[in-house]
Every structure is written in C-alpha cells, then in structure tokens.
Design a protein around this ligand. Structure first.
Ligand code: S3P
Length: 172
C-alpha cells in the first residue's frame, strides 16, 4: 500500500509531478483542490470570493481528513497552504503516509507564478513587485510546516521527469 502526499508552495509543480509519478508508479493521483471544488460545487477562486478564506481552510481540513480515511493507495497533491493550517500536518504524519516536499526557491517560484497568478486568489491582485516580497515572507512562515515532510526534493531548474526519477529512487 502506498500513500504519497506532495507538499509545496503554489507553483512548485505538485500537480505535474503527481501526474507523472502516477504513471510511473501505476497509482491513482488526486489533487485536493479538485476534490474540494467537486465536493463544494465551486472553484477555489469562487470559494475564496463568496465564502472567504476561513471557510476555505475549514473545508480544506474536512476534505483532507475524509480523503485520508477513505483512500487506500494514492498520490495526493495538496494546496500550497494545506499543511500549514489546523492539525493538517499532524494528520499527514500518520503511519504509512510518505510526505514529499517539492522545495523551490523564492526566485524560481516568482518566475513560475508571475504569468499564472490569476488562478490563485492569494496572488491574483498583487503587482509583480508585491508578489516577490509576499512569496518570500509567506514561504518563510510555511517552511516550518513544509520541512516536517518525510522527504525533501529540490526542484529548481529541474525538468519534471528528472524530479520524478529522483523521487522514484528515494522511494524504492
Ligand atoms: C493556496 C494554494 C492553492 C489553493 C488555494 C490556496 C495556498 O493551491 O489551495 O488557492 O494557500 O497556498 P496550489 O498550491 O495548488 O496553487
């Protein structure tokens, strides 16, 4: 039984790596953001807009908890904030779950997120200037949680296939 959970800041490549790893390991992959969207019947952006971040964080914890109870083997990619709220990181330290932090630098994240911030409610109305400062502070706060992952893989400048091979070697 394999339970693999991908952790990392927005733009660190969690969804892409989950898809490739799922092909390589022949395991189903899930994305907690999509699970939430499906169950709530709203996009993440609209949940933030209509119901607010506090509601989103509560429902994120609920959906994470029930996902971890139901599924046997999986690859799950989390939202960037998931490990940092409530008791989520403690839930993720349960026996049998392998958490992997996809670690990217501030510059790498800034370059990746600059062109796709509109999909992310926490970044959507920031100027590019503001974004770099925001990422730096936010990552500093969140690293306390991310660094509690079982495995840490640096992703800067690496092709997704390379990252997946690195993870594969750490898992076998
Ligand atoms: C968030 C990251 C998003 C999504 C929501 C909040 C965050 O997921 O869960 O917008 O707090 O970092 P991605 O990391 O998949 O963009």
């Amino acid at each position: 039984m394999s339970k693999i959970v991908l952790i990392g800041y927005m733009g660190s490549g969690k969804s892409t790596i989950a898809r490739l790893l799922s092909e390589k390991l022949q395991l189903n992959s899930f994305d907690l953001d999509y699970v939430i969207e499906e169950k709530e019947g709203l996009t993440i952006s609209n949940i933030f807009k209509d119901k607010g971040e506090v509601y989103f964080r509560k429902s994120e914890t609920q959906h994470l908890t029930s996902f971890l109870q139901q599924q046997k083997s999986y690859i799950l990619s989390l939202g960037g904030g998931t490990p940092c709220y409530g008791n989520n990181m403690e839930l993720l330290k349960q026996n049998g779950i392998i958490t992997i932090y996809l670690k990217a630098s501030i510059n790498e994240l800034y370059n990746r997120l600059e062109t796709e911030k509109s999909k992310r409610p926490l970044l959507a109305n920031k100027t590019n200037e503001e974004m770099k400062d925001f990422i730096a502070k936010h990552l500093f706060e969140r690293n306390v949680f991310y660094n509690q992952s079982k495995l840490i893989v640096s992703v800067d400048g690496k092709a997704p296939e390379h990252i997946v091979n690195e993870i594969f070697k750490l898992l076998v």
